[in-house]
Design a protein around this ligand. Structure first.
Ligand SMILES: Cc1ncc(COP(=O)(O)O)c(C=O)c1O
Length: 365
């Protein structure tokens, strides 16, 4: 079947671009001597995780226990749950999962470490733990330096836990800066905080095997920073309009798009497509004008959307679209968009090659 024969809206993956993106990142990490453990929150699709592993990833990263369970059932053997997993029920699921795969989990508080420790220790078992360090995002994580040391001492003391190292997500860099051209200093700053924290722990006799960092826009710089052992970029498999707006890659590198059909042209300067927030999510970004990039149409601006309606502003190209025309749109934030789809259609040279179920979508627990 050809791409143009697919009914819309439809989530499409360009296989050539996907494989290029995966191989490029893998080669970059290999050259830098850094392990690649991609965050699969972007695609949530076991088939794509296996392509990443085939191309050299040491394992994967997830945010949810449910995502880890799906990936484990699909044959992924090494998983890092980079999230402060809380509660007896989830710790028990982690314990059961740890019998099936090589598992590690993030921790950023004593109370969480204690709960996790109890569940594993009472069975005489252990789980590998990494301490989350907040290097500027202001989300989860202990501060670098002494606060990280204090938590590390606690984790090292607790039975049932095996301290592997520290990790951070430098997502504030794309949030706080205008383009990739401005991020050399901020990347060095994150790397310095992680290096100094690791050194502090080691001076206190605590082994730090892993110093894990991760974000797509910083990966090319971060992998060259001394002390970094592992990178966890996620969005790079597809990229999205936010990454394009930040200058990470040109638009033609984006491997994911949603094909839509124009269903209404109430005025020459407005076209309405059959994809709205249910197809793209409500994501907006200061790096993107509107709700996505309309490929191949400079003048068309994806101005706003309701659930089933996407409104394109054609004031700079009035009359450019008619009812029945098809448009290809790159979402603002691909991870949120993919989470809305049951299936991704993999296309090569305009031909449908495969339909991939997004098995780990919607795993909120
Ligand atoms: C903990 C963690 N690691 C890695 C990533 C990957 O970052 P990016 O989406 O920029 O590739 C994320 C993304 O949200 C994350 O939360």
């Amino acid at each position: 079947m050809r791409l143009e024969d697919l009914d819309t809206p439809v989530a499409v993956v360009n296989l050539d671009k996907l494989e290029f993106n995966i191989r490029e990142m893998a080669a970059r990490m290999r050259e830098a001597g850094v392990c690649l453990r991609p965050h699969v929150k972007t695609h949530k699709t076991p088939v794509i995780a296996h392509i990443q592993l085939r191309e050299g990833a040491v394992g994967i990263t997830v945010a949810k226990v449910g995502e880890a369970e799906v990936m484990a059932s699909a044959g992924v053997e090494d998983i890092f749950v980079a999230y402060p997993v809380w509660g007896e029920a989830k710790w028990e699921r982690l314990r059961r999962l740890s019998h099936r795969v090589c598992l590690r989990v993030g921790v950023d508080s004593e109370v969480l470490a204690e709960g996790l420790s109890q569940v594993f220790a009472q069975h005489g078992e252990k789980i590998a733990v990494l301490i989350k360090v907040d290097t500027g995002l202001g989300r989860t994580g202990v501060s670098p330096g002494r606060p990280a040391l204090e938590l590390a001492r606690e984790v090292a003391r607790l039975p049932g836990l095996e301290l592997k190292g520290i990790f951070t997500h430098e997502g504030h860099i794309i949030r706080d800066f205008g383009s990739v051209g401005e991020i050399d200093g901020p990347v060095r700053d994150v790397a310095r905080k992680m290096r100094e924290t690791a050194e502090l722990l080691r001076r206190e006799g605590i082994e730090v095997e892993e110093v894990s960092v991760g974000a797509t826009p910083t990966a090319h710089l971060m992998c060259r920073e001394e002390g970094v052992t592992e990178e966890r970029p996620g969005t790079y498999v597809f990229y999205d309009a936010t990454n394009v707006g930040f200058g990470v890659v040109p638009e033609d590198r984006v491997a994911f798009s949603v094909w839509c059909t124009v269903v209404s042209v109430p005025r020459p300067d407005r076209a309405v497509i059959d994809g709205g927030t249910k197809a793209f999510s409500s994501a907006r970004s200061p790096k993107v004008e509107g709700m996505g990039l309309v490929r191949g149409m400079e003048g068309a601006r994806f101005a706003w959307a309701n659930e089933e309606h996407g409104v394109l502003d054609l004031s700079s190209c009035p009359g450019a679209l008619r009812v029945g025309d098809r448009v290809e749109v790159v979402p603002v934030h691909v991870c949120e968009a993919v989470n809305l789809w049951d299936e991704l259609v993999a296309v090569q040279g305009g031909e449908v090659e495969a339909i991939w179920p997004v098995l780990a979508r919607g795993k909120v627990w």
